[in-house]
Design a protein around this ligand. Structure first.
Ligand code: ATP
Length: 245
């Protein structure tokens, strides 16, 4: 059976003459949350842009449920939901209209998206903001809008770029609990983050990207074994790996 997401030997970046990521390979399966971690500039967002189909690999291939972006861009884009690091919104649409737009672009019926959206508004404590415009929102409220648009679609694959920064502690708990529930129901989640204690608690596997290359990947136990750091936290192992150079 093909993986939900397969990144195979991908070298890429923003210009043909300069690769930002090199020979990056990993898979995301159903029922797992995988953390993509690395220092500022390591190439996490660049890797994510390749997965989204916004950048074309110079080498290698990326497939979602066995299909590449170039096989069929529309069905590729519909196979995932993306939560961006910086909110992207329309000034002239309210929160509720953004949810409707996301639903329309994924072919959901009115009953379906309303039924899914109301509990999201409640859990993210955004009911009072339903008919307001995101321009009047705080940073965290805009981030919640992006999160609700993605969660409402209920895709099999979530690509989440640094979701935690900007959210209050209740928002963080709601998001992570919701993602854990999606995982239990069969979704796969790739989440880039700098918050390693949270990653250690919620993620099943870890991909450590350093200077555009994968330095290590595996479960916490596998990383402990490969580094000989029995009993150490993800934070300790990560710092050891990136400071070793
Ligand atoms: P951070 O944790 O700071 O978000 P990151 O791991 O997501 O970092 P990237 O944004 O992927 O890092 O950046 C990797 C490299 O690609 C950096 O050297 C950066 O300067 C470069 N880069 C990022 N965006 C562009 C762009 N639009 N054009 C050219 N180079 C870029």
């Amino acid at each position: 059976m093909s993986a939900l997401l397969e990144v195979k030997g991908v070298t890429g970046g923003y210009s043909a003459s300069h690769a930002v990521i090199e020979d990056v390979s990993f898979r995301i399966q159903k029922n797992e949350i995988v953390a993509l971690i690395g220092l500022n500039g390591a190439g996490k967002s660049t890797t994510i842009k390749h997965i989204l189909g916004l950048l074309e690999p110079q080498k290698g291939e990326i497939s979602i449920a066995g299909r590449t972006f170039f096989d069929d861009p529309d069905s590729y884009r519909h196979a995932y939901a993306y939560i961006p690091e910086s909110p992207i919104y329309y000034e002239e649409l309210t929160l509720w209209e953004h949810l409707e737009l996301a639903a329309m672009s994924h072919g959901l019926s009115k009953e379906e998206w309303e039924e899914r959206s109301l509990p999201l508004l409640k859990e993210f404590r955004m009911e009072a903001a339903k008919d307001r415009f995101p321009q009047q929102f705080s940073k965290g409220m805009r981030q919640k809008l992006m999160i609700m648009m993605a969660l409402m679609v209920q895709p099999s694959l979530y690509i989440v770029d640094e979701p935690i920064l900007g959210l209050d502690p209740l928002g963080i708990r709601t998001l992570l609990t919701w993602l854990a529930r999606c995982k239990e129901q069969g979704a796969g989640i790739l989440m880039s983050t700098h918050i390693l204690a949270t990653a250690e608690k919620y993620c099943d596997r870890f991909i450590i990207l350093h200077k555009g290359r994968i330095k290590a990947q595996g479960t916490l136990d596998e990383l402990r074994q490969s580094t000989g750091m029995t009993g150490h936290s993800l934070d300790d192992i990560y710092l050891h790996l990136v400071e070793e150079e």
